[in-house]
Design a binder for this molecule. Structure first.
Ligand code: UDP
Length: 482
């Protein structure tokens, strides 16, 4: 009697831009797809893979748990000692775009086995669509930013065509932008993605972000790490250009519903310092503000000192992530740390180089988040129901913080406020005490909606199932074509 041999699992290549926020989100997606039985090849930059394997359990957690899961590496075109942070990060994007296309093609033909049934590439790599089309491989984009930031990026060409850019100096910052549908009543010049601040609309970063985002409809689908109850109206507008959207976020919450507790992987480019959890355990409930600027934002030494004074002067307890490369001008003024800061930090504060952020935000002692408004941090805060102080720096952060402050009412948008100790002190007190009531209801509500979206029958859960089914049918089509 002939036995039915089950078809091999679909093989998916996942390829993020080499930035931690992107790599983290795409690893989460890789884990979700692996749990569903898909075979994954994860393509990392050599530089990032080296850092990930040094500080996180990536290799063992993925390759041991999921048969067939493999990591491959590719150069980002920069020397290993390039800093890849702060304002230098743009160089990574330009370099990847220029060196990768032939390498990717060659890897797909010669190196990655078995043949790939579907590529999920970062939605910032239009060259991947060219390569996929050339080789006849279906491709889906994953854009790791918010839908609202994606839509603002998408509309930049219309903003330029309508003469709304360039921004004419500081006095022009509060002018409303009329050409981002759905945001006409609240999006000011200052809330546009940071690259829009360039004086020349032909600036190479504007052109890069604009053209990459505009290429999104060329992929067969668009995955977004968000959920419909958070960004529904904007998603409807994006659908007019990219009809096949999979909103499957918040990814970290989604993982918790589909992967047994304690099994989820942790990723990071620095050694996680878990001592902060023991410190948090000793603090009274809802008394600590968590401060973190993500993985690539840098602050000047002067700003760090103002922030530090402000935190100490607020008299609130604080947990602050001071990454080894957080300070841009480390060699600057090395004068002694004032005694007041040393004593204040010892009494009420704790600093680590890298924290287990998702766990920190869910700790009962924490009751607020001072963030740079990176999208992962924002979503993690939404899931944990933490109100935010948003102090954005670049790219999508300006848009995210406007939505947090003005649309979702989940916190205070401090964009373009200088780091002044008095301002920091007052803002921390506003979030933790004076204005606390304003945010309790909205943060609770949005957290519940986030969890609902990833539970059985929720919008993100159904979209993830649809994504998996679509990939399976791509693989069946590929095998019948052979
Ligand atoms: N993160 C972390 N520990 C820290 C600081 C940050 O695990 O001490 C993680 C955080 O949970 C988030 C990511 O780093 O998932 C930062 O991504 P985000 O999009 O917020 O900012 P980016 O690093 O891209 O600027």
């Amino acid at each position: 009697m002939e036995q039915d041999i089950p078809p091999p699992p679909p093989h998916v290549l996942i390829f993020p831009i080499p930035a931690l926020g992107h790599v983290n989100s795409m690893l989460k997606l890789a884990e979700l797809l692996s749990v569903a039985g898909l075979r994954i090849t994860f393509l990392n930059s050599e530089y990032n893979h080296d850092r990930l394997t040094r500080h996180a359990d990536v290799c063992s957690r993925y390759t041991h748990r999921f048969p067939g899961f493999q990591f491959k590496t590719i150069t980002d075109g920069l020397p290993m000692d390039h800093p890849r942070v702060g304002h230098k990060f743009d160089e990574v994007l330009h370099s990847v775009k220029s060196v990768t296309p032939p390498l990717l093609k060659q890897m797909l033909i010669d190196d990655i086995k078995p043949p790939v049934d579907c590529i999920i590439s970062d939605g910032f790599m239009s060259f991947a669509v060219d390569v996929a089309n050339e080789l006849g491989i279906p491709i889906i984009y994953f854009r790791t930013i918010s839908a609202c930031a994606f839509w603002a990026y998408f509309c930049v060409r219309d903003i330029i065509d309508a003469g709304e850019l360039p921004i004419k100096g500081k006095e022009d910052m509060d002018r409303l932008i009329k050409n981002v549908p759905g945001m006409e009543t609240f999006l000011r010049c200052r809330d546009l993605p940071s690259f829009c601040r360039a004086e020349d609309p032909l600036d190479r970063n504007i052109q890069l972000f604009m053209s990459e985002t505009r290429s999104s409809p060329r992929a067969q689908g668009l995955i977004l790490n968000t959920f419909d109850d958070l960004e529904g109206p904007i998603l409807s507008l994006i659908r007019t250009h990219c009809p096949n959207i999979y909103t499957i976020g918040p990814l970290q919450a989604h993982l918790k519903t589909r992967v047994p507790s304690g099994m989820q992987s942790t990723n990071g480019f620095w050694e996680v310092d878990r001592s902060c959890m023991a410190w948090l355990d000793k603090q009274p409930p809802k008394t600590v503000i968590y401060v973190s600027y993500g993985s690539i934002t840098m602050l000047s030494r002067e700003d760090v000192m103002e922030l530090w004074h402000g935190l100490v002067d607020s008299n609130k307890r604080f947990l602050w992530v001071v990454r080894p490369d957080l300070i841009s001008d480390r060699d600057g003024d090395q004068s002694q740390i004032p005694e007041k800061l040393v004593v204040g930090t010892k009494e009420r504060g704790y600093m680590v180089g890298w924290a287990p952020q998702e766990e920190v935000l869910e700790h009962q002692a924490v009751s607020g988040f001072l963030t740079h408004s990176g999208w992962n941090s924002t979503l993690e805060s939404v899931v944990a129901g933490q109100p935010m102080i948003c102090w954005p720096f670049f790219a999508d952060q300006q848009v995210n913080s406007r939505f947090v402050g003005q649309v979702w009412k989940l916190g205070l948008d401090m964009k373009d406020h200088v780091y002044d100790r008095k301002v920091v002190e007052k803002t921390v007190n506003d979030l933790m005490v004076e204005k606390r009531e304003e945010f309790v209801e909205s943060t609770d509500r949005m957290s519940k909606l986030a969890w609902k979206s990833v539970s059985d029958g929720g919008s993100s859960s159904c979209n993830l199932d649809r994504l998996i089914e679509d990939i399976r049918s791509m693989s069946v089509r590929a095998s019948t074509d052979k």
